[in-house]
Design a binder for this molecule. Structure first.
Ligand SMILES: *[C@@H]1O[C@H](CO)[C@@H](O)[C@H](O)[C@H]1NC(C)=O
Ligand SMILES: *[C@@H]1O[C@H](CO)[C@@H](O)[C@H](O)[C@H]1NC(C)=O
Length: 187
């Protein structure tokens, strides 16, 4: 009888601990995400003359790139932070006018290698994104066409597949995770 009671008590304690563990996991997940209301739309632009993509949340810069620099607006990649929030990491923006290439990376080693190879780090274009699929974020794919030293990023699975099958790009995997376009509260 004593053994049975002890076994019952033990199972209650274990169950309680598991339930509390779940509770704290749920509480933590809300706390460890950035506030979607703080995100901005991340625009992708393309310059067909330079064969260069660019990415920015800065609307006046989008206008300048279109009106003065031969870029066309292509899409909104997703929603990103411009200051660091819970669980996000810096997404560095690297630019090489000589190679006519821009790319982003969350990998600090790759950033440093690129700088050593003549790319400039542009802090004004740095964003903050998730390093894994948390907080409702979606993958941002990276593609590369070595013939043109052309980095290309997309959150569209169909665009990714057609870049590989007919655009001459190779698949460099997932560069990071952004919130899908339109999640921020409209204001
Ligand atoms: C804890 O969560 C998991 C999955 O979210 C669930 O399968 C499990 O039953 C939960 N445990 C308790 C004690 O609530
Ligand atoms: C970061 O970049 C370096 C240099 O390109 C590479 O060797 C390394 O595998 C990368 N790390 C990750 C986690 O992708």
């Amino acid at each position: 009888m004593k053994h049975i009671l002890r076994a019952i008590l033990l199972s209650i304690v274990v169950g309680l601990a598991a339930a509390m563990d779940n509770l704290s996991t749920a509480e933590r997940s809300a706390e460890t995400c950035g506030d979607p209301d703080d995100t901005l739309a991340w625009y992708r632009l393309y310059n067909a003359n330079l064969v260069t993509y660019s990415y920015t949340t800065d609307v006046p810069l989008v206008t300048t790139l279109i009106l003065g620099n031969g870029y066309a607006l292509q899409t909104i990649m997703g929603m990103v932070f411009v200051t660091q929030e819970e669980s996000t990491v810096p997404c560095y923006f690297l630019s090489s006018p000589a190679l006519e290439d821009n790319f982003v990376t969350i990998n600090a080693t790759e950033r440093d290698v690129a700088i050593a190879n003549g790319y400039a780090l542009l802090p004004a274009l740095q964003t903050y994104i998730y390093p894994s699929a948390i907080c409702g974020s979606i993958p941002m794919y990276r593609l590369y066409k070595s013939a043109q030293t052309l980095n290309f990023f997309t959150t569209s699975e169909s665009e990714r597949l057609s870049a590989i099958s007919s655009g001459g790009f190779s698949d460099l995997g997932i560069a990071g995770y952004v919130l899908p376009a339109g999640v921020a509260a409209s204001c």
